[in-house]
Design a protein. Structure first.
Lengths: 248, 296, 269
């Protein structure tokens, strides 16, 4: 480790390629923490947004007019406004309306921190798209299939969970795949409310060291790698679940 | 689509055989033909919702503000022309990035199903790379690594930063369009290719005359989706210093002396603008989706 | 369509190829285009901020105007932020940078900071009186707000153990501070002093001794000797004539000791 660090220091002195995230222990630590924060934030948002999508798509088929309208209002609001502004709105506006709690230093602070708000706003943002995606998948399920399920005595929820959803899932997997990839990339927005994720720490590192091109390249490769893993897994899954008879 | 059609034709029945006609029944009670999935039409309550949100935020802010200063509404009106200019700039950037991205992505997508392995793999790699890179990082790249002007045959063409941001946004759009095209082509039943072949169509003819026309309706909704995402991503240009609406909002807030009561109303104001612009596009998407739908 | 695509690719390749070469935006280029492009802050009242017409005004834009007048060129102001100002100068997007930048040795390796320094400020903390910070060591493990791109974030973090929560602009930070999301705001003392004059911040104080009182440097591209010499002369003249002090008064800032001292030092030269 010591040798690697000194080699990168040498690299900087000789070539001007400055990678303090390798040779400087402070930068290395915060960069590693930033990476973990990004991964964690992505995972939390992935799970919640899919749950929101499934629940939302189910509620959209509800018999109650106002339930459907509420879901529709939610989708339209989150789909048609920029996530960056949403995050500001959640964090500064809604965050301020919640009750405050006493922090460890004995002062009042808002109940939810910036990580929590980032997770909430990103999940709701991606969830709004997921509801639509699941809906289109559900619409693609032939009516006859649903009727067949009913004929077998399934009720609405059962038919949804056991027949419609598994089929719809296969149909909308490419779109879902796309949206989840977008979500992971959108986690970079959390930097705006000072969540110490990868972009945020990179920003700090390049402000302190004036090494934008180096940090940019590293950032790009890390994200491409991270998303690549997700895409690879989703593609495998997509192939495994492909409905026979479709595709050139 | 088939389901929506079915629900319209569904007879009113109490038989438990049919799943509760969720879409059909409400469409009927509301006196409209909107299916369960399709968003209801822009109606009075949309306006109420928006208005309520604005009033709430303005009210909260007003309560926090102290007397003896310029009112919030007054301040907002004062800065509206400047902010609106910035907003138009966002729209312009979104148009240009979408145009560039769509043309480039269309070809990239078709190359992705090319029979030549090198073309197929190459375009796949390019697509995956730009699709997997965060927009913000690509923006930074274009911002810092493109020169401020380029010289072509002795002609100096300036590259202002908003144009660089446009290129930066066009790259992920290109990759996403490429995936949309590939996905749409591959979602068609393989029988289409086989029957065209049996009718002696060449591969190119099959693609342009049989496959792609059928793909349009499949591609349009995700394409419009992408445009919505792009429009809302234009605010990312604020991060790299383009004077678009988000940058200007920050600068306005600071010019007002960092008054904390202004943050909420100003950001909700921007949210409402984007909503007013993007919502009709979303409605139009649904309309097109319906028009192009093949009634099965 | 295919031709269009090819053209696009060609343009892309050209752009990438050309980006390797260093853009030249020296004084000669500025004269050729008849316009001087200066990077200034647009979110740092009163040093650089927007007026309702969208124009950038403030102390630094006024200084930039002086330079353009002296050169007989038109002036174009480009808003910059801390995290991109040096890159813009380096790549030739701006000819001159007057953007509240602290003069530091590592920055001198990237851009040419012109002597003497035109302004100065130190680092301090804006905090609620209730918090009662007494010394910098009190910041340990406390959430402290900062601005992305400010150099003292790292120092506050490593030397005093504070937990820095950095936002993009001052508007966001001030809101976060008011909401209690952080216990203090580490920033330029010149900014904090101007805030404390505001009724809204009556419950707040600047409790710590100012550290790192460091001069601000305006900068030109490395190697642009002619422009450097002109700017050197300009700054000396600003101090000599008391221009800086005059601008501070114009924008309602208390005269800083640095500006007064520099005027004192240069006026009889």
């Amino acid at each position: 480790m010591e040798q690697v660090a000194s080699w990168f220091l040498w690299l900087y002195q000789e070539t001007g390629i400055n990678l303090p995230i390798v040779y400087d222990s402070f930068d290395r630590k915060r960069f590693a923490e930033g990476f973990l924060t990004t991964v964690w934030l992505s995972l939390v948002c992935l799970v919640f947004s899919v749950v929101i999508g499934i629940v939302g798509a189910w509620l959209q088929g509800s018999r109650l007019v106002w339930t459907r309208r509420l879901v529709q209002g939610y989708i339209q609001f989150f789909r048609n406004t920029p996530p960056l502004v949403q995050m500001y709105f959640f964090f500064f506006a809604l965050g301020n309306l919640l009750p405050t709690v006493e922090n460890e230093f004995g002062f009042q602070q808002p109940m939810l921190g910036n990580f929590a708000w980032a997770a909430i706003s990103l999940s709701f943002f991606a969830g709004a798209f997921n509801v639509e995606i699941f809906r289109s998948g559900i619409e693609a399920v032939p009516k006859a299939t649903v009727e067949a399920a009913e004929a077998l005595g399934y009720n609405r929820l059962q038919a949804y969970l056991h027949v419609v959803l598994p089929l719809a899932f296969r149909v909308c997997l490419p779109a879902l795949n796309n949206n989840l990839v977008n979500l992971v990339k959108t986690t970079t927005l959390a930097y705006a409310i000072a969540v110490p994720e990868l972009l945020y720490v990179s920003n700090q590192v390049w402000s302190d060291n004036v090494n934008v091109p180096e940090m940019m390249t590293i950032l790009l490769f890390i994200y491409v790698g991270l998303v690549g893993i997700l895409v690879w897994a989703m593609n495998r899954w997509e192939r495994a679940m492909k409905v026979p008879g479709y595709g050139a | 689509m088939s389901r929506r059609q079915a629900s319209l034709q569904r007879p009113t029945t109490d038989l438990p055989v049919l799943i509760a006609p969720s879409a059909g029944s409400t469409g009927r009670t509301a006196g409209r033909d909107s299916g369960c999935g399709a968003p209801p039409r822009l109606a009075y309550w949309h306006g109420f919702l928006l208005l309520a949100a604005l009033l709430l935020s303005a009210g909260v802010a007003e309560a926090q503000s102290e007397p003896g200063r310029a009112g919030i509404l007054e301040t907002m009106i004062k800065w509206t022309p400047l902010l609106f200019e910035g907003f138009l700039f966002n729209i312009l950037i979104s148009f240009m990035a979408m145009a560039i991205g769509t043309v480039a992505g269309g070809f990239l997508g078709i190359w992705q199903i090319s029979l030549l392995p090198s073309v197929r793999r190459g375009s796949w790699l390019v697509t995956q790379f730009f699709r997997n890179a965060p927009w913000l990082v690509l923006l930074f790249f274009c911002m810092f690594l493109l020169p401020f002007q380029i010289e072509i045959f002795g002609l100096v063409v300036p590259l202002p930063d908003w144009l660089k941001a446009t290129f930066g946004l066009a790259l992920p759009v290109m990759a996403n369009v490429s995936e949309i095209v590939r996905g749409a082509i591959q979602s068609l039943p393989s029988g289409q290719w086989e029957s065209a072949e049996s009718l002696a169509f060449t591969r190119r003819q099959t693609l342009w005359m049989i496959i792609l026309p059928q793909c349009v309706k499949r591609m349009l909704p995700p394409w419009m989706n992408l445009y919505a995402i792009l429009t809302m991503a234009t605010v990312l240009a604020s991060v790299v210093g383009v004077s678009e609406v988000m940058t200007l909002t920050g600068e306005v807030l600071s010019a007002e002396g960092g008054r904390t009561d202004l943050l909420v109303p100003f950001y909700s104001y921007i949210l409402v603008w984007f909503f007013i612009y993007c919502y009709p596009i979303a409605r139009w998407t649904v309309y097109l989706e319906r028009r192009f739908a093949v009634n099965a | 369509m295919t031709r269009m695509m090819q053209g696009l690719l060609l343009a892309g390749v050209l752009a990438l190829g050309l980006s390797a070469g260093d853009a030249q935006a020296d004084l000669a280029a500025a004269k050729e285009r008849g316009k001087l492009i200066v990077g200034v802050k647009a979110d740092y009242k009163p040093y650089g901020y927007r007026d309702p017409s969208g124009a950038i005004v403030g102390i630094e834009p006024d200084l930039a105007k002086d330079v353009a007048d002296k050169l007989g060129l038109e002036l174009e102001l480009v808003p910059v932020v801390s995290s991109n100002r040096m890159q813009f100068l380096e790549q030739g997007k701006i000819d001159l940078m007057i953007a509240t930048m602290t003069d530091r040795p590592d920055r001198r390796e990237v851009v040419w900071i012109v002597e003497p320094n035109y302004y100065s400020s130190g680092t301090n903390v804006l905090a609620s009186k209730k918090v009662g910070f007494k010394q910098w060591e009190d910041l340990r493990d406390k959430p402290i707000c900062g601005i992305q791109g400010a150099f003292y974030n790292k120092k506050t973090q490593t030397e005093y153990g504070a937990e820095i929560v950095a936002f993009k602009g001052t508007a966001e930070v001030l809101t976060a501070l008011k909401q209690g999301r952080c216990l203090g705001f580490v920033y330029d003392d010149s900014f904090i002093v101007s805030k404390l004059g505001d009724d809204e911040w009556a419950d707040f104080e600047m409790p710590l001794p100012t550290i790192d009182d460091a001069p601000w440097g305006l900068a030109v591209q490395l190697g642009d000797q002619a422009f450097h010499d002109i700017m050197h002369e300009m700054i000396v003249n600003w101090h000599k004539s008391g221009r800086i002090i005059e601008l501070e008064k114009k924008y309602g800032v208390n005269n800083t000791p640095f500006a007064l001292a520099m005027h004192e030092k240069h006026k009889n030269m």
